[in-house]
Write a protein that binds this ligand. Structure first.
Ligand SMILES: Nc1ncnc2c1ncn2[C@@H]1O[C@H](COP(=O)(O)OP(=O)(O)O)[C@@H](O)[C@H]1O
Ligand SMILES: C[C@H](O)[C@H](O)[C@@H](O)C(=O)COP(=O)(O)O
Ligand SMILES: [Mg+2]
Length: 490
């Protein structure tokens, strides 16, 4: 059987062919395309029709390679959704989570239901763009006329098959699922004037969705595709594709976002987890992805966008390596870096406001970004160990960020943890693995992770002895100074 993973992240999408040969998982990227949001009349939108067209172009490549049959699974970024009318037509274009419409919404909603109560119900981190807040700000007329709210990957699956479902890993990012009842929370749905029936039935990853309706896409020469609903939140697929071993491993899914956490058998919902804004996103096989969102490679992507000269990511790393030492301490998780007009200006302004050396050259900017991401990762691991009482003994960096050997080593040095880097396409691999487990070609997650270890190069980085606590302490002092400066209080 040939399997096709469709993995669409915030900056790029790809179709990856997969199959098992000589007891190894073989993959081949057969189509890659860029992704990103555009601003129209002040709102940030995804181009969902473009993404569907790219999926069809990729599936046409599958056919052109001689495969008439395949299974396909779709995973994408989280929280964003599509509103459909009674005829299954979109009521509006798809708003990106980078849009500023929900900047103040957590404050509005938690005046109606406390943060503590929402966290106790859902265990989900408070991010301004969670679906609950987007729907709270949604055009109420459109919401009233909405027959179906579909999460982005479920919508793409619906476009291919006509079957609508709500897959649980991505549904958990809405902050509308109740951890105890394992379904939508009625009180939270009422809060945003949404009826339960406006969401399609919840399904677990590995559910067969249906056959791709080739007749709907007659201008494409497509294979016969059975669509399987995988772990449709890309991070959930990335975790499946992370070859951790033993009891105390953590993952860092490093792409546009950096998602750092552990795979837990049970939710971890307590005061400390809330204080550190850790989340309990649902994973495959009824696991919990106990993780934290960290701003990630978005920062360097945006710096790249504002440079006159075009740099590829490997060049940023080479330039960063020429600049030795730690010259700026920046909390890139500050909401000011969520979607500034110009990331370079924002970084330089932050440094001026905190009386720090202003990075000017590409190397200085890249050094500043990678250094501070590594510090933030190290602090997130400290928090994780404090909350769970575990001692993390290995950090697995997967995704495009795993290509960055300089940041991999920095992360090992600052966290004091052994870092394993790869596979860079862990998300697509996790997508493929879910399909293979659904078709029983792979026994289970443990067997899958062994297969991944046997099939892909994983690079190991051992921590160098540096004064990591002094560097982290300096970071915390600057962040505290900035907090007091900008809020006037501790
Ligand atoms: N050769 C490379 N060297 C260093 N970093 C890289 C390289 N290739 C990709 N990256 C990093 O990987 C990121 C993209 O990771 P990816 O997982 O594809 O993102 P997403 O899934 O969010 O679109 C880029 O923003 C870049 O920072
Ligand atoms: C907005 C969400 O937090 C985001 O989608 C995150 O969960 C995620 O999955 C990011 O994936 P990328 O591949 O875009 O980094
Ligand atoms: Mg990704």
């Amino acid at each position: 059987m040939i399997y096709v993973a469709v993995d669409i992240g915030a900056s790029s999408g790809r179709l990856v062919l997969g199959g098992i040969k000589d007891n190894k998982l073989k993959i081949k990227e057969i189509h890659r395309f860029s992704n990103g949001f555009t601003v129209k009349d002040g709102t940030c939108y995804w181009d969902i029709d473009y993404l569907l067209n790219e999926i069809l172009k990729g599936l046409q490549v599958v056919k052109s390679l001689g495969y008439d049959q395949c299974t396909v699974g779709i995973d994408t970024w989280a929280v964003d959704y599509v509103l459909l009318d009674q005829k299954g037509k979109r009521l509006r274009e798809v708003v990106s989570y980078r849009d500023g419409r929900t900047k103040q919404t957590i404050e509005k909603v938690t005046k109606l239901v406390s943060k503590e109560k929402i966290y106790k119900k859902t265990g989900i981190q408070f991010l301004p763009f969670n679906t609950i807040y987007q729907l709270y700000e949604e055009d109420q007329e459109k919401l009233k006329n909405t027959n179906q709210i579909l999460m982005v990957p479920d919508y793409l699956g619906y476009c291919l098959t006509g079957v609508a479902v709500t897959e649980v890993t991505n549904a958990s990012t809405t902050q509308l699922l109740n951890l105890n009842s394992r379904t939508f929370d009625d009180e939270l749905l009422d809060l945003i004037s949404v009826k339960r029936e406006q969401f399609a039935r919840l399904v677990e990853p590995g559910t067969e969705l249906g056959m791709l309706k080739k007749e709907w896409f007659s201008s494409f020469d497509l294979p016969n595709c059975k669509v399987i609903t995988v772990a449709t939140h890309d991070t959930a697929s990335a975790v499946i594709g992370t070859p951790g071993f033993g009891e105390n491993w953590a993952y860092l899914s490093s792409g546009t976002w950096s998602l750092l956490g552990i795979e837990s058998a049970v939710p971890i919902v307590n005061e400390l987890a809330l204080q550190h804004n850790y989340t309990n996103e649902w994973g495959a096989f009824q696991t919990i992805r106990f993780l934290k969102n960290i701003i990630g490679m978005w920062i360097i992507q945006e710096v790249r966008r504002h440079l006159e000269q075009d740099y590829d990511f490997a060049q940023f790393v080479e330039e960063a390596k020429k600049v030795k030492g730690f010259h700026q301490f920046i909390n890139f998780n500050d909401e000011r870096f969520m979607n500034p007009a110009n990331m370079i200006d924002e970084i330089q302004t932050y440094c001026k406001e905190t009386n720090q050396k202003v990075p000017e050259t590409v190397g200085e900017l890249a050094n500043c970004i990678y250094n501070n991401l590594a510090i933030i990762y190290a602090i997130a691991i400290e928090e994780l160990e404090e909350i769970t009482g575990k001692t993390i003994d290995q950090l697995h960096i997967v995704g495009g960020g795993a290509y960055n050997e300089h940041l991999n080593q920095l992360t090992a040095d600052l966290s004091g943890k052994v870092v394993y880097a790869g596979p860079t396409e862990a998300t697509a691999i996790g997508n493929l693995i879910m399909q293979m487990i659904a078709t029983k070609e792979v026994k289970d997650l443990e067997a899958a992770r062994q297969l991944i270890r046997d099939s892909f190069e994983i690079k190991k980085y051992t921590p160098n002895e540096i004064n990591r606590q002094a560097i982290i302490q300096k970071f915390k002092e600057v962040v505290l100074y900035d907090h007091v400066r900008s809020t006037g209080s501790l």
